[in-house]
Design a protein around this ligand. Structure first.
Ligand code: ADP
Length: 190
């Protein structure tokens, strides 16, 4: 099973990615988590990525692509993976296509989790009180929403044209959304 999970910041991708990955026995790979772990450990990648995360801007494609390529080469991803937060640019879509082609693999599905814009801001401001993410301040939250809408949301057309896209309503409680996602993955794409 090779899956992509799309959605704006605050849509619940991370939470749902972990649940789906556990259900399918595949790793959930989050580029945001990879960058945050590298920042915490003060690696070279972390030092380079920090300024972008703090500004709510995308990390340059080459750094991001290299990180994902290395992660997907690990043994636990050999039989499948769920990518959360990647690809986010056209160059990343192209790079992922290459990575898949090299292994002779294809994507099984691409899921878009959608949530009302006001609810997104509300959720992220709430998360700011419990988690210590440096990018969960209101101006950076708004910036991340803009970047998603401008740079990433249009990429869904590519996967729609390939017949892979499934849209799932991300409003409501966590269990309810997981059930919707599982149901969407069981039905053919439209
Ligand atoms: P969110 O979706 O809430 O913004 P993430 O944890 O997915 O949270 O991402 C946090 C930050 O990590 C992004 O704002 C960006 O700086 C960086 N990042 C994550 N994924 C990518 C990507 N595919 N390309 C470039 N930057 C990324």
């Amino acid at each position: 099973m090779r899956l992509l999970l799309f959605g704006p910041p605050g849509a619940g991708k991370g939470t749902q990615a972990k649940r789906l990955a556990a259900r399918f026995g595949i790793p959930a790979v989050s580029t945001g988590d990879i960058f945050r772990a590298n920042i915490a450990q003060q690696t070279e990648l972390g030092k380079l990525a920090k300024q972008y995360l703090d500004a709510g801007a995308y990390v340059p494609d080459e750094l991001t692509n290299d990180s994902v390529r290395a992660r997907l080469a690990e043994p636990d991803a050999a039989n499948g993976f769920l990518l959360d937060g990647y690809p986010r640019t056209a160059a990343q879509v192209a790079e992922l296509d290459t990575m898949l082609a090299v292994g002779g693999h294809v994507l099984d599905a691409v899921v878009e989790l959608s949530v009302d814009p006001e609810e997104l801001i509300h959720r992220l401001l709430k998360r700011a009180q419990t988690e210590n993410r440096t990018d969960d301040t209101e101006p950076v939250i708004r910036k991340r929403q803009e970047v998603y809408a401008k740079d990433t949301w249009p990429l869904l057309d590519i996967y729609g044209a390939r017949g892979l896209l499934r849209k799932v309503d991300g409003m409501g409680d966590i269990d309810e959304v997981t059930e919707r996602l599982l149901a969407a993955l069981e039905t053919p794409a439209h």
